[in-house]
Design a binder for this molecule. Structure first.
Ligand code: TRP
Length: 335
């Protein structure tokens, strides 16, 4: 049985990309593994978060985990800041990781942009905290999207350097489970951009808490081109020439758990209006219940809070002896 760890930032507007790219897979990994799924509030505050929104978004990610079918009794759902061992081990990793390693992180460069001098120090050491999240449990399997691959490699380097420096085998080598490239969901208004929580147009994404009517409307309004549904032939075009058309096909395939060619066989050559109708029905069928479950949880924050605090207690029970082991290896006196 492998120990699986992953995290989602509570930064608002959970959408179809988060579901197909991460949360749905988290649910599927429950079988045969011991899973820890963490709402990484400490990562979120590496950029400014309004305190009330942060609390609301932390509950919302938790609700999405539950609505997607993650069982909080057989697995562990919690928020990061409730388990101080993450920060404690992260400090050690701040002293293990090298500036040169962090300077290579492309996500920092993207997020800090031109104003690097003005980025928080937390944003810079973000990957060290992420390594601590995983290694505080000696987790071996980490489902993440393609964009987190470099951070996971850094986690491996940190574990290796720690083991080397101190002559131990304390930390395991982490295996990334890179999630389905097919689940790369694009913007409904511009198929060349990723679906994103920060796009100003709400019509550009399907939010996980959209109701059935909103889902159907957004799909009807999704941008396409005048040609029929691609049928797999050269004339049908490709992702490059028809990004919006292929995005809708991919969303259909992912929601139906089928291949693109299955969908092309059913819809290739037909008008997009018919295809969109079918896609709207499918999306409402698959996402509608998640949205209404999330709404139910939003009305019962007490339940969500009990899931998080119960999960954190069980997480601390695993992470405390590992933190103790680390402190002993480093030479910190502790009792
Ligand atoms: N950085 C990840 C993201 O933005 C979230 C995350 C934090 C994470 N800690 C983690 C993912 C540990 C996997 C394992 O998607």
């Amino acid at each position: 049985m492998a120990r699986v760890f992953s995290g989602v930032q509570p930064t608002g507007n959970l959408h179809l990309g988060n579901y197909l790219g991460a949360i749905r897979n988290f649910a599927r990994l429950q079988d045969g593994n011991e899973c820890l799924y963490c709402v990484v509030d400490m990562h979120a505050v590496t950029v400014w978060q309004d305190p009330e929104e942060l609390a609301k978004n932390t509950r919302e990610v938790t609700a999405a985990f539950l609505a997607a079918g993650i069982n909080p009794d057989s697995h562990i759902i919690f928020n990061q800041s409730r388990v101080p061992q993450h920060a404690e081990i992260a400090w050690i990793f701040n002293c293990v990781a090298r500036m040169g390693w962090l300077n290579r992180m492309t996500q920092f460069k993207e997020k800090a942009g031109k104003h690097r001098e003005n980025a928080s120090v937390g944003l810079y050491v973000y990957p060290n905290l992420m390594a601590a999240d995983i290694l505080a449990y000696k987790a071996t399997h980490v489902p993440v999207g393609e964009d987190q691959k470099q951070h996971l490699e850094l986690a491996r380097d940190i574990a290796q350097k720690f083991n080397n420096d101190f002559g131990t085998e304390c930390f395991p080598i982490v295996e990334p489970l890179i999630l389905d490239a097919a689940a790369r969901v694009m913007n409904l208004r511009d198929g060349r951009k990723k679906m994103s929580k920060s796009d100003p147009s709400d019509n550009s994404r399907l939010n996980l808490n959209d109701d059935a009517e909103t889902i159907a409307r957004k799909i009807r309004k999704a941008r396409t081109d005048p040609d029929p549904v691609p049928d797999g032939s050269a004339e049908g075009g490709n992702r490059e020439s028809r990004p919006e058309a292929f995005n809708l096909l991919e969303i259909f395939a992912a929601l139906a758990d089928k291949s693109i060619s299955d969908i092309q066989r059913d819809f290739g050559g037909k008008q997009f209006s018919d295809f969109k109708q079918a896609l709207a029905e499918l999306a409402v069928e698959k996402l509608g219940p998640i949205g209404s479950e999330m709404q139910r949880y939003a009305d019962d924050p007490g339940y969500i809070d009990s899931v998080l605090s119960g999960g954190a207690e069980r997480a601390r029970a695993i992470a405390t002896p590992i933190r103790d082991e680390v402190y002993d290896i480093v030479g910190f006196l502790r009792n």
